[in-house]
Design a protein. Structure first.
Lengths: 224, 39
């Protein structure tokens, strides 16, 4: 990683390190939460945001595949779904740790917990589908079609269902009254963390797609 | 353990995890670049 255009990756490394410091020592202790448990918001919310972003990228790449039938678009869709699933699992784990501190239970069958578990299953099934089909073109077409259907469930499971029913989950950053109820230093750290995690997603995604491009080129050479 | 001290250790572990992930990604990035250049 010696090229000059890679400067942003080093900046990202320092940026996230600064976010970690700020999350624990710059942001004040939140009111209304047990101990320092609310500090997990600086990691939990960006993880959930990256998961949503990744599923959006998965949708765009899948639609592009359905239009152009380019194998690289299929690789892009798979890379995005893989990252979405990983960040969704991380958001579930950090949420569960917070739940354990606040309510003495890792899992409370809260609407938000159930909806995130369903979302995890929906995107885990995407990979089950991919693994089940041997023919590459058929796998790409079917998984792209499935990804479009899977994405339809995402806004309902992430944004709608948890807001319809009573939930233990703390009010979201922009709450139901449309206002932001967060101390300004906490908000600064959260925004910095969101930017850092978005940068991390871009890096991970491009790495995955570059590796897929190499694999595709090798396979095409073998076929020729 | 006093709250401030345990906060320090949680921050230290989180920082170490991130440094580990970052170093791994830097190495992976270099490896992929080498393969791209060799293709």
């Amino acid at each position: 990683m010696t090229e000059r255009k890679d400067w942003w990756k080093w900046l990202l490394g320092l940026w996230i390190l600064a976010v970690v410091w700020a999350a624990f020592f710059y942001a004040p202790t939140a009111r209304g939460f047990k101990g320092e448990s609310a500090r997990i918001v600086f990691f939990h919310v960006p993880q959930a945001w990256v998961a949503v972003l990744a599923f959006c990228v998965n949708l765009v790449a899948s639609l592009r595949y359905l239009r152009r039938h380019d194998a690289l678009d299929d690789a892009r869709a798979a890379a995005a779904a893989r990252l979405g699933l990983v960040f969704c699992i991380l958001a579930t784990v950090t949420g569960s740790l917070f739940a354990h501190v606040m309510w003495n239970s890792f899992w409370n069958w809260d609407p938000r917990e159930i909806s995130i578990a369903i979302l995890l299953l929906v995107y885990a099934a995407y990979f089950a589908l991919r693994e089940a089909i041997a023919d590459e073109e058929r796998r790409a077409s079917l998984s792209a079609a499935y990804a479009v259907l899977a994405f339809v469930t995402m806004p309902f499971l992430v944004f709608v269902v948890p807001r319809i029913y009573f939930s233990l989950h703390p009010d979201t950053i922009i709450n139901t009254k449309g206002s932001m109820d967060m101390e300004s230093r906490m908000f600064q750290v959260l925004m910095a963390s969101l930017m850092g995690f978005t940068g991390l997603f871009v890096w991970l995604y491009t790495l995955d797609v570059r590796a897929a491009r190499i694999a595709l080129a090798r396979r095409r050479r073998q076929e020729d | 353990m006093p709250a401030q001290e345990s906060l320090f250790w949680v921050a230290a572990v989180t920082g170490v995890i991130w440094v580990g992930v970052f170093v791994y990604l830097v190495k992976l990035d270099r490896r992929i670049r080498r393969i791209e250049e060799g293709e």
